[in-house]
Design a protein around this ligand. Sequence first.
Ligand code: S3P
Length: 182
Amino acid sequence: MKIILIGYMASGKSTVGKILADKLRMSFIDLDATIEKSLNLTIPEIFKNRGEIYFRKQENSILKNILKTKDNFIMATGGGTPCYGDSLKMMLENEKTLIVYLRTPISLLAKRLFKEKSERPLISHLKSMEDLSEFIGIHIFERSSFYNQAEIIIDIKSESEEKVAETILTRINEYENSERNS
Ligand code: S3P
């Protein structure tokens, strides 16, 4: 099985993904880290030196390669991964994939992102908490038609990442049982 976590920046995709991979004894793939490794540049460097369009093309082709060559993994994608080119279509149509969206309230995202916005090229220019919250709200609104195509949607509150991972496991079991019976 290929479990793919999608959702906005700071929704916990990487942390929850690692916990899930441990629990299921499956390998964990961090798409952002794979892109950084393959280009030998950090994400902010890629955006700064090559621009976002170059980043999106690399993101799409590295994702395509992972889907084609690997099996049995949990993957944390970047916040924009499903929203560009044919990336979402590829993930939905690839065999044995299950896409899980970590839907997270704007207030929680803004609180988490304010502390680390300097490492995130898309939000590093935003000065105040109000500007950041407004940006996130509009951005999620634009992206939600992609995110909402996930097979499983988990509504995050302020529970621990361990608890989120357990909820995902329960929901995956329910999803698979309902697919089996349909
Ligand atoms: C992005 C999210 C980032 C990273 C890049 C662009 C986005 O990943 O891929 O900075 O467009 O939302 P995380 O969601 O892991 O922060």
